[in-house]
Design a protein around this ligand. Structure first.
Ligand code: 13P
Ligand code: 13P
Ligand code: MG
Ligand code: MG
Length: 366
């Protein structure tokens, strides 16, 4: 049976600043998805939050980029944004950039990761959602999961993974994509994806066609859609596990670095990505630090069995402590690079105005 797993998300407004999604807006989403389930449009759903981002996980049989599923999501975001406006929540409707729906939710503000595949006899997968960062934040962990044998033992010892994987990498500035393979194109892949603001791993495929797609990451960048800053493109990612794919533990191992990502505070700072359970899925200190939640499921004829709150585990305590050590260290730099992003990447800046005002005070340097 071919199943589609869609994760569609938007910041529709949040409580106490950019801290956390309000429960009432989550209830709006659940109610609409329950109706869609009763009507048979979707098989199952799970609604959760990554900080101030409302996350819809939907299973169905309609394939990726399906207008009905995208329209349903759009309507859910519109209605929950309406609730957010009623409650006078902060930045209500932040990510909803267009007025009316026109067939595909991509390019309208929300972030989308979707995969369609033949459900295996056992189909474990994980959904990751991050706040106060951008799609390129997943480049490093996804690379490590599917291409780094120091992270993923299966690349060496599992005969079904030893051939490597195919990566679809998107250039979000040019709107183009390229297919590269591991291990043969390893260095070319790294030459691109280290530049996390531009080259983003969008899909990973197994080289075994019976397995097909292994991972998907949302690649929407709001600033590129709107042509101005309206919030960060807090990303989502779906990864299938086991049986020819990385073990769930290999997938989670890649989040043990607290690696530095862009998008903290006003979308304009680097900070460590901290893996947290749902109860800590809220951004506080300096609007952060950037956080990622991970939910594990199995599929049963498209029904969601789970979730397991994957980072709700002392196994990640030291990673979180490391993230806080990095936080203290990098925060001490205040408005200096590389804590603050460079001028071309700042989401907003006073620099042009300051330069204009100081224009006549410059003199030739001797
Ligand atoms: P099992 O032998 O329990 O299936 O585990 C295999 C595995 O991938 C563990 O990392
Ligand atoms: P969000 O992108 O999560 O809305 O955060 C915006 C921001 O600038 C927080 O400091
Ligand atoms: Mg927000
Ligand atoms: Mg957010």
């Amino acid at each position: 049976m071919k199943i589609t797993v869609s994760v569609i998300k938007a910041d529709i407004g949040s409580i106490a600043g950019h801290v956390r999604v309000h429960q009432d807006t989550i209830e709006v989403a659940k109610k609409k998805l329950e109706t869609a389930k009763e009507e048979g449009l979707v098989i199952d759903y799970y609604v959760f939050n990554a900080g101030d981002d409302l996350e819809l996980l939907i299973t169905h049989t309609k394939g990726v980029d399906n207008p009905e599923i995208h329209e349903l999501s759009w309507e859910i975001f519109k209605e929950s944004a309406k609730k957010a406006k009623e409650l006078k929540l902060y930045a209500a409707g932040q990510d909803l950039l267009k007025e009316s729906f026109s067939g595909n939710i991509k390019g309208m503000g929300p972030g989308v990761a979707e995969i369609e595949f033949e459900e295996r006899p056992a189909e474990p997968f994980a959904v990751f959602a991050a706040d106060k960062t951008e799609p390129g934040a997943f480049n490093l962990p996804v690379f490590r999961i599917f291409a780094d044998p120091f992270n993923t033992a299966g690349l060496i010892i599992d005969p079904k993974m030893h051939a490597g994987f195919k990566f679809i990498i998107m250039d979000v500035i040019e709107g183009k994509e390229i297919e590269l393979q591991t291990p043969e194109d390893l260095y070319d892949i790294l030459a691109l994806i280290g530049h996390t603001g531009r080259y983003i791993i969008k899909f990973v495929y197994s080289k075994d066609p019976t397995i097909g797609v292994a991972a998907a990451v949302s690649t929407q960048r709001l600033s590129l859609i709107a042509g101005r800053y309206i919030g960060k493109d807090d990303p989502v990612c779906i990864i299938r596990a086991q049986h020819g794919l990385p073990a769930m533990g290999e997938i989670l191992e890649a989040f043990s670095q607290a690696h530095l990502v862009k998008g903290w505070m006003r979308g304009s700072h680097h900070g460590p990505l901290m893996p947290v359970p749902l109860k800590y899925s809220q951004c506080t200190r300096f609007d952060g630090p950037p956080r990622v939640v991970g939910l594990g499921f199995n599929l049963c004829e498209g029904k969601l069995i789970g979730p397991i709150d994957l980072f709700d585990d002392p196994a990640f305590d030291l990673v979180r402590q490391k993230a806080m050590l990095i936080t203290d260290y990098i925060r001490s730099m205040g408005p200096f690079e590389p804590h603050m992003l460079g001028p071309e990447e700042l989401e907003y800046t006073t620099l042009p105005e300051v330069l204009k005002r100081l224009k006549n005070r410059w003199r030739e340097s001797t």
